[in-house]
Design a protein around this ligand. Sequence first.
Ligand code: CA
Length: 256
Amino acid sequence: MAAPAGRWVEGNGCMATGRAEPDREMAVLVVEDEEPIRELVTTALRFRGFAVQAAATGRDALALGRNVAFDLIVLDVNLPDLDGFAICRKLREGGNTAPVIFLTARDDPADLREGFTGGGDDYVTKPFSLEELVLRVEAVLRRTRPTEAGPKRLVAGDLVLDEAAYRVWRNDDERFLSPTEYRLLHYLLLNRDRVVSKSQILDHVWHDEFAVDPSAVETYISYLRRKLDDRDGQLIRTVRGVGYALRTPDGDRPLP
Ligand code: CA
């Protein structure tokens, strides 16, 4: 009848009794295509004091993950459109650093390795208890919260982009970029010293505007080079047949 104190009652997603004392309202994204599981997890985390948003497809998850600052993402691996590992990789490439807990029916070590190299922080294998998942969520948040960072400055040599102020300087001289130029430079800076393809740029800078002509990437790269006094392409390098790479002077990735 009555569940033990503080334990989740499987099947109805309600907490029988116990504590509900979140430190503050933290935002969690739950991505799961199976509606009953999505509802249970969402309800359980809300009851625990989290602000929860839910997505049923990879596409919705990417859109939300790119536009909302979540403290943590619970990400199902098997989704009808995009694989959870691919979603995680895309979010990371776009600069999203929210910790990820994978929900997986797969317990193949190779799959799990893929998850962690793709930027996951933990995983829960289905079937799981809601209590276990909530404990994992809280543990990952405890582990990752001290490094929680707000907007920051991205630096590459004499190039500086201030995320909070939405401003860019080169050689201490402010450069005034259009919103698209800014998003393009921001994406290149997040991936500095790494080659990004035109399709990755289209995906991250123009998001879901599918009508964009791929030649727009070249056009905006040339705008950026002009505004950043990089006419010889030493800062934003063209990697023939692959894409572009923003090079830092010493070729490594110094932290801002
Ligand atoms: Ca699924």
